[in-house]
Design a protein around this ligand. Structure first.
Ligand SMILES: [Zn+2]
Length: 144
C-alpha cells in the first residue's frame, strides 16, 4: 500500500491521515479494483484529475479513482462510473452532494460544464488494457 510510506517516513499531517482513513473506510484501500483496471482508467483519463486537472506522476501516485455516482447511492464500480481524481478532490467530494461539489469547483474558477463534458466523453470510451509497449512506456517514465 503506497500510503504506508507516508507514515514510515513521517511525511504526513493530520489532514492527510484523515484523508487516508476516509479512503480506507469507503474504498477498503486499493483492493476493491484490479490494479490493471485502475491503471487502464488512469490511462484513459490521461493520468490527470478530471476535476481540477492536477497531473499525477505517470505511475498514478497521488491519484485515486472516484465514483461519479457514489457507491452509497448505488453507483457501480464499473469503469463507466469511475474517473481519475486527485486525492484532494476525491476527499473533498466525498463530503459533499454533487450540487455542493459543483458549487465548490465553480468557486475555484473551474468550468464545471467543461468538466462534465470531458467526463462524459471519457467514460463513454472503451477501456483499453494497458499492456505491452504502453505499459513499458509508463514503467520507464516512472523510473526517469
Ligand atoms: Zn483534483
Amino acid at each position: 500500500m503506497q500510503f504506508a510510506c507516508y507514515l514510515a517516513h513521517g511525511h504526513y499531517n493530520k489532514e492527510k491521515t484523515s484523508e487516508i482513513a476516509e479512503m480506507r473506510k469507503t474504498n477498503q484501500g486499493s483492493k476493491w479494483i484490479r490494479k490493471s483496471t485502475r491503471l487502464a482508467i488512469y490511462y484513459r483519463d490521461g493520468f490527470c484529475c478530471v476535476y481540477c486537472g492536477a497531473a499525477g506522476e505517470s505511475s498514478g501516485v497521488g491519484l485515486t479513482l472516484d465514483h461519479i455516482a457514489a457507491q452509497e447511492l448505488g453507483g457501480s464500480s464499473d469503469p463507466s462510473n469511475l474517473v481519475t481524481a486527485c486525492l484532494s478532490c476525491n476527499s473533498a467530494k466525498q463530503h459533499l452532494t454533487m450540487r455542493g461539489w459543483l458549487k465548490r469547483m465553480r468557486s475555484k474558477g473551474i468550468n464545471t460544464e467543461r468538466v462534465a463534458r470531458r467526463i462524459r466523453a471519457l467514460v463513454s470510451k472503451k477501456l483499453n488494457r494497458v499492456e505491452g509497449r504502453r505499459l513499458e512506456r509508463i514503467r520507464s517514465a516512472r523510473k526517469a
